[in-house]
Design a protein around this ligand. Structure first.
Ligand code: GLU
Length: 318
């Protein structure tokens, strides 16, 4: 069993990220598996210097550890996506050879949205109508970021007209129809970087991840990722999409609810066990008010007991 946490160094980790990290860590540790930390730093427009180190320090402070990662190395190094470009190019070549890619010059907004992991309800924006679908790209051209006339172009995957079904350990049976929901989606951006959907599939495969546990905001992405697993002939991992944390007003936990980043909470003097207890209590793994370390939770962790609904918290800790 190999699990992972894959933060994007675009900001401070907040309570929602911390809860997902804790649960992914518990899933791996309770199964006696290995836990991998991978930094998803492909979105040059949003990555900021210093956040990677700060995020890793926050996770250590909480009491989490990892067997492989950018700071400790490991057999699947490098663990920074920005250093894994060769694997993405190779995957793009295979997709192109199978006739699945075309060059797309459509609006920058679509492309930007596809590049980073979605943080809103869904990411890809409106369904792409296939305006550029006639511009097939061959394997030799997947690194070209412009058309022959110099117009910047992204690469999109031709999405088959079929349902994608999968089982999610928390959400149950899931059915999506990417052809209707997003249409052909971006797998390589105009700036040459692999899009999130492609990079996450290539890396979860290359790092031999058997179990992906992440936030439920990525549930719809999973269907697109399964199309990529299929197109690349790769074996998909088992999925678990854990509910999001909502503030007292029922809206996704954010700054306006108070101190929600781990850094702010640390600076206010919160003890890690108090925070871990709060996070665990928010999904039924601890009693309200209990202070507990991640280690102490390993024996209590049961994926099937996690709530499926988003968790509305009455107040933030501290
Ligand atoms: N890097 C993504 C994020 O921070 C997570 C990707 C994943 O877990 O698949 O939202």
């Amino acid at each position: 069993m190999r699990g992972r946490f894959a933060p994007s160094p675009t900001g401070e980790l907040h309570l929602g990220n911390a809860r997902t990290a804790l649960l992914a860590w518990l899933q791996a540790r309770s199964a006696g598996g290995r836990f991998v930390l991978r930094v998803e730093d492909l979105d040059r427009g949003r990555v900021r210097p210093g956040y990677r180190e700060a995020q890793l320090a926050d996770l250590c402070w909480l009491g989490l550890d990892w067997d492989e990662g950018p700071d400790v190395g490991g057999p699947c190094a490098p663990y920074l996506q920005s250093q894994r470009t060769a694997g993405y190019t190779q995957a793009l070549r295979r997709l192109a050879a199978a006739g699945r890619l075309y060059a797309c010059t459509c609006s920058r907004k679509d492309v930007a949205a596809a590049a980073s992991a979605p943080h809103a309800d869904d990411d890809e924006g409106p369904r792409y109508p296939g305006r550029c679908a006639q511009r097939a790209v061959g394997p030799a051209d997947v690194e070209r970021t412009t058309l022959p006339d110099g117009t910047p172009a992204a690469l999109r995957l031709r999405v088959p007209e079929r349902e994608v079904r999968f089982h999610d350990a928390v959400q149950g049976a899931c059915v999506f129809r990417p052809a209707d929901e997003t249409g052909d989606f971006v797998v390589r951006r105009k700036d040459g970087a692999a899009a999130y959907q492609l990079a996450v599939v290539v890396d979860d495969d290359a790092m031999r991840i058997t179990h992906v546990l992440r936030g439920a905001d990525l549930l719809a992405s999973t269907a697109r990722q399964l199309l990529l697993y299929d197109a690349l002939g790769l074996q998909a991992p088992a999925w678990a999409h854990v509910p999001l944390l909502l503030g007292p007003d029922g809206v996704r936990l954010a700054k306006r609810h108070g101190a929600v980043t781990l850094r702010e909470l640390r600076e206010r003097g919160a003890a890690p066990e108090v925070l871990v207890g709060w996070l665990a209590a928010s999904c039924g793994l601890a009693e309200p008010g209990e202070a507990v370390s991640p280690r102490e939770l390993v024996g209590r962790f049961r994926l099937e007991r996690l709530p499926r609904e988003p968790t509305r918290v009455a107040s933030v800790p501290g």
